[in-house]
Design a protein around this ligand. Sequence first.
Ligand code: UDP
Length: 308
Amino acid sequence: MKILIAGGSGFIGSHLSERLLNEGHEVDVIDNLVSGREANISHLMNHENFNFIKEDIVKNVPDNDYDRIYNMASPASPVDFKKIPLEILMTGSIGHKNLLDQAAKCGARILFASTSEVYGDPLVNPQPETYFGNVNCRGERACYDEAKRFGEALTVNYQNHKGVETRTVRIFNTYGPHMAPNDGRVTPNFFIQSLKGEPLTIYGDGKQTRSLCYVSDMVEGLIRLMESDITDPVNIGNQREMTILEIGDAINAMTGNKSKHTFFELPENDPKLRQPDTTRAKELLNWEAKVSLEEGLKKSLEYFKQFV
Ligand code: UDP
């Protein structure tokens, strides 16, 4: 198939690009490198079926005859929410509309990378896809949460009113190689700090929870969803819920870091709990996370060592 991956040099997009190339597909990546990194795709550049287009999907989308379009494009770190909120809002809305229009034009099936952030600071745990969420539409995270919520609304209406074949994945916290070391999210921060023997920076009391999914599990879920006939949103994430302190302890145990933690204020609207209800993924896609935390952290550690 001929496949377009928007955001294909980002963290998850670059793993998806490599996997689809290895399966024998032709892969075009469009990325403006705002948060994506050339280093993530440098090993793919000489592949005969790979084509990189440095461009912003808000401005332009390649007019080719694609079979599949994956929209993985958006900065997704809370650090970016503060720095480039308008770019994030436009990417999730106008950028996604441009990809949907291209899908309508060439008859491609399109997958929208939505997020667990559509559930906001959730009042139910774990979160099933039927939960409408608890989002502050004016808060610091709103640029990302609301762009993704709008993107989902666009997606379902292109499906229903323009006959575009769409898929929607809600991605929960994912980690692994190709994360930017200065990304600001919990795994890169903790790995770099731990490898340097520094105290881990804990926001709030560290009792808030996240469920970390290793990137190869995520990519498997994305492809299964794309090739399924499921048009409803599907959560993809690991069900092992841990506190931030427990995640820090697991990383420190691997590096032997004995430094104490330093505590900082919890960012505004930081979700207190997050765990995917993955019943739908299990029943409809026969998907579940397979990579254990220990295995995933070990592979990530090898990757992060180069930055220290
Ligand atoms: N966090 C932390 N220290 C850090 C980075 C993040 O305690 O150096 C916390 C953050 O407040 C949040 C959780 O870890 O509760 C996950 O944050 P991240 O930015 O990775 O992703 P989020 O799930 O909030 O989008």
